[in-house]
Design a protein around this ligand. Structure first.
Ligand code: GNR
Ligand code: NI
Length: 176
């Protein structure tokens, strides 16, 4: 297993649209394992392949406290959505920034699992928000795109400042 590097906003590679996976083979299974390890190390609840600069339709999620419930979604398709929920979201590609985002409260998704077999999942609440957040990544979309232009400018400046700090003094920037 390997830790992968997570891209940070405003990196243009986060804007690429991901391609469907042809076959869930050993390469994809290794990618899923590496993404899960990377997500756990970064203390996230989800990670899309786009964030690790792999532009294929692959997502990992685990909402549990103890790494006990990994969910693998390859080629996810939204089958149905209903209701509205407002949830505070964060993103490993937009460190230390949290804002409320409005999403569908209930969704049904079809995907291929780690074994390549199709399955369906019904989700609500935080899991529904997380799946929609990750599916957005595969379209090159970030949660900050839903915010006002003013907030988008603020977050961009904050990220650029963080990048400058990291280049000057990597240790301090990480501690912040
Ligand atoms: O860790 C994460 N938390 C989170 C909280 C609310 C809604 C979505 C998320 S996903 C995010 C990890 C991430 O950036 N996934 O792309
Ligand atoms: Ni994200």
């Amino acid at each position: 297993m390997a830790l992968l590097e997570i891209l940070h906003h405003p990196d243009s590679r986060l804007r690429k649209k991901a391609s469907p996976v042809n076959q869930v083979d050993e390469r994809i299974q290794t990618l899923l394992d590496d993404m899960l390890e990377t997500m756990y190390a970064a203390r996230g609840i989800g990670l899309a392949a786009t964030q690790v600069n792999v532009h294929e339709r692959v997502i990992v999620i685990d909402l549990s406290e103890d790494k006990s419930a990994p969910l693998f979604l390859v080629n996810p398709e939204l089958l149905a959505q209903s209701g509205v929920i407002e949830h505070e979201e964060g993103c490993l590609s937009v460190p230390d920034y949290y804002e409320k985002v409005t999403r569908a409260s209930d969704i049904r998704v079809r995907a291929l699992g780690q074994d390549g077999q199709p399955f369906e999942v019904e989700a609500s609440g935080l899991l529904a928000a997380c799946i929609q957040h990750e599916m957005d990544h595969l379209e090159g979309k970030l949660f900050v795109d839903y915010l006002s232009v003013l907030k988008q400018q603020r977050v961009r400046r904050k990220m650029e400042k963080l990048e400058r700090l990291k280049r000057k003094a990597p240790e301090q920037a990480n501690a912040e």
